[in-house]
Design a protein around this ligand. Structure first.
Ligand code: CS2
Length: 534
C-alpha cells in the first residue's frame, strides 16, 4: 500500500496514528468512498456521542436525509466524559464508518451526518450557542442510565449537578434585565457580567438545563428534547429531572420565566432505541483499514438489526426520520417496556450468569443451554407483564432476541453489558417483578427474575472477593455491602435489599424476594455444571 499519498486528508494531524493508509475524511479522496450526504447546517445537537449514537440515530438521520434531500439536519455531537470521540472524529470532518457484522459477513458504510464533536470541558460556550440557535430544532441524548444523575429514589441528585446549577443561576442573573435586582442579590459580587458559558459544564443534565435557559434568553424558539436511553418513560423522566434542576437552581420567582417557557415551548417525547453496538476493538479498526483503504479512528461496529420508535410529540420541525426507517407513534410505552424487559433484561442476565460461568462474550453465554434457559425463564416472567404493541407477537420477538445475542461477530462482551447494574436492573428486572407481585399477590417469587438477581448478586460478590472493582456508579457502596456482610449469604441478601434496586416492590415483599434469591444462589452455585431447566 502507498505510504504517503500527497494531500491525503488528516495526514498532518497529530491525532493520526502511524497508519499506512490515509485518514478517512469528509472531503473526497480517491482512496475511500464519498460521503453520501453533506449537511449544510446543524439541526440536531446530540448529547453523549458514543458508539451507540453513531450506529443508530446518526444512521437513521442520514438515511432520512438521503430520502428527502434535506441538508439542514447535521448533528453536532457532544462528548461528555472525555475528548476521545472529538479527537477521533474532528480530524475526519465528523465522518466515520459503521461496520455491520452479521451472519452474512461484514459490510462497511461511511456516515456523514455528524458535522463535528465538541467537548464541554473546553467548548461549553459553543455547545450552549448550538443549543440556543434557532436553526437547532432537536436535542437527542444517549448519556446512559447513569448520565441522568438520578438518586436511588429516582429524583435528581442535586449534588451531582450542583456546579452546573450554580452556574445556571449566575448565567440567568448576569443576563437578566437591569430591573432584576432581587435576583442579583442572591449572587456573589463577581457574578454579574460573567459571560454565558465561561464555566465549563460538568454534567449532561446541567449542560442541557443551561442550554435550555440560554435558548430562552436568546429568543426562545421551540425545541424538542428526545431521550434515546434505555430508561422506561425516558422522555417523562428527563422532563421531570429538568424541572427539578430548574427548581433547585432557581427556586423562586426568578425561575418562573424559564418554567413557563419550558411548559409552552419544549417537548420531551419518549423513544425506544435498539441496536447491539459493542465497544470497537483495535483489531476491528485494523480490519476496516484494509477493507476501506483508509484509517478510521471513529469506527463503530454493530449488528444488522436497527429499530427506533419515537413518540410523535415535537415542538417544532424534525427530520423525516420515518423515511430513514424509524417508527413514529403516539405511544412508545408498549415497545419500550417490551424491549427493556425482554431484550435488556435477558442481556443483563446473560452478562452476569455468563461472567460467573466464565463466558467472555454474550454469544458464548447464550450458547450455553443452561444460561439460554435462564434467559427464557426471565423472558417468560416478563412476557406475563407485557401488552404487545400493535401487530407484534411478543413470544416470537423474545426468541429473535436470543438469535441476535448469538451473533458471534459483534464480540459483545459480558463485561460491557454487566456495567452499571444498579442503574439498569430497576428497568430491566425490577419493573417485571413489581408488576408480577402486583398482579398476583399470593404467588411465589417469580423464578426467572429471582435467578437473574441471584446472578447479579453472585457476580458482585465474586468480583469483590477477587478484589476487582464492580464497574458501577454505586460500586463503592456495593463493595462495602459485600465486605461488611458476615458471609456470602448475608451479602447476597443485602445486595437484593439495596435501596432503589427494585423500585415499586412493596417493602414487605422485598425480604421474601431476598430469601428466594439466597435459595436460588445456593442452588445455582451447587449445580452450575448441570441444567437449570425444570
Ligand atoms: C445492553 C444494551 O449494555 C447493555 O446494557 O443491554 O446496550 C443493548 O445492547 C442495547 O440496548 C440494544 O439495543
Amino acid at each position: 500500500a502507498p505510504t504517503d499519498a500527497p494531500n491525503r486528508p488528516g495526514a498532518a494531524s497529530p491525532d493520526a496514528p502511524s497508519a499506512a493508509q490515509p485518514r478517512l475524511h469528509r472531503d473526497a479522496h480517491p482512496a475511500f468512498p464519498p460521503v453520501p450526504v453533506r449537511p449544510t447546517q446543524v439541526g440536531i445537537v446530540h448529547l453523549g456521542i458514543g458508539a451507540f449514537h453513531r450506529a443508530h440515530q446518526a444512521v437513521v438521520t442520514e438515511d432520512a436525509a438521503r430520502a428527502t434531500g434535506e441538508t439542514r439536519w447535521g448533528i453536532l455531537g457532544v462528548t461528555q466524559r472525555s475528548a476521545a470521540v472529538r479527537d477521533q472524529l474532528r480530524p475526519q470532518g465528523g465522518v466515520y464508518t459503521v461496520l455491520t457484522v452479521g451472519p452474512d459477513g461484514a459490510s462497511p458504510r461511511v456516515v456523514g451526518s455528524v458535522t463535528d464533536v465538541a467537548w464541554p470541558a473546553e467548548e461549553t460556550p459553543r455547545v450552549l450557542a448550538a443549543l440556543a440557535a434557532p436553526t437547532t430544532h432537536v436535542v437527542t441524548l444517549t448519556v446512559t442510565e447513569k448520565g441522568y444523575a438520578r438518586r436511588a429514589d429516582g429524583h435528581l441528585d442535586v449534588d451531582a449537578v450542583a456546579g452546573d446549577l450554580d452556574t445556571l443561576l449566575r448565567e440567568e442573573a448576569a443576563t437578566s434585565s437591569p430591573g432584576a435586582g432581587a435576583t442579583n442579590a442572591l449572587l456573589p459580587d463577581d457574578a454579574t457580567g460573567e459571560a454565558t458559558g465561561a464555566v465549563a459544564a460538568t454534567s449532561a443534565v446541567g449542560l442541557l438545563v443551561r442550554g435550555l435557559a440560554a435558548r430562552r434568553r436568546a429568543g426562545g424558539a421551540p425545541l424538542t428534547v428526545l431521550s434515546c436511553d434505555n430508561l422506561a418513560d425516558n422522555g417523562h423522566v428527563l422532563a421531570r429531572l429538568v424541572g427539578e434542576a430548574v427548581d433547585a437552581a432557581l427556586p423562586g420567582a426568578e425561575g418562573d420565566a424559564l418554567r413557563d417557557w419550558l411548559a409552552a415551548s419544549v417537548t420531551f417525547p419518549c423513544s425506544m432505541v435498539d441496536r447491539i453496538v459493542p465497544a470497537t476493538t483495535p483489531a476491528q479498526r485494523d480490519e476496516v483499514e484494509s477493507l476501506l483503504g483508509a484509517r478510521d479512528e471513529g469506527l463503530v461496529v454493530a449488528e444488522p438489526f436497527l429499530q427506533w420508535v419515537i413518540e410523535d410529540r415535537f415542538a417544532g420541525p424534525r427530520p423525516a426520520w420515518e423515511r430513514g426507517g424509524a417508527t413514529l407513534t403516539s405511544d412508545v410505552a408498549p415497545y419500550e417496556r417490551a424491549k427493556l424487559r425482554l431484550l435488556n433484561g435477558a442481556h443483563s442476565y446473560l452478562a452476569y450468569a455468563g461472567s460467573l460461568a466464565g463466558c467472555a462474550t454474550i454469544a458464548e453465554a447464550v450458547a450455553d443451554p443452561a444460561l439460554a434457559a435462564g434467559a427464557r425463564a426471565l423472558q417468560a416472567d416478563a412476557l406475563a407483564t407485557l401488552d404487545a404493541p400493535d401487530g407484534v407477537d411478543l413470544g416470537a420477538y423474545a426468541e429473535t432476541l436470543l438469535d441476535r445475542f448469538a451473533n458471534p461477530a459483534t464480540g459483545h462482551t459480558t463485561r460491557q453489558v454487566a456495567m452499571d447494574g444498579t442503574q439498569k436492573i430497576p428497568f430491566r428486572w425490577g419493573a417485571t417483578l413489581a408488576d408480577l407481585l402486583d398482579a398476583h399477590p399470593g404467588a411465589p417469587a417469580p423464578r426467572g427474575v429471582v435467578a437473574a438477581l441471584a446472578a447479579w448478586a453472585g457476580y458482585v460478590v465474586a468480583e469483590t472477593r477477587a478484589a476487582r472493582a464492580v464497574d458501577d456508579p454505586r460500586g463503592d457502596e456495593l463493595r462495602a455491602v459485600v465486605e461488611n456482610a458476615p458471609d456470602d449469604v448475608a451479602a447476597v441478601r443485602a445486595l437484593v435489599l439495596l435501596p432503589g434496586l427494585l423500585p415499586g416492590v412493596p417493602e414487605g415483599r422485598l425480604r421474601e424476594i431476598a430469601d428466594a434469591v439466597v435459595v436460588a444462589s445456593a442452588t445455582s452455585s451447587s449445580t452450575t455444571t448441570t441444567t437449570n431447566e425444570e
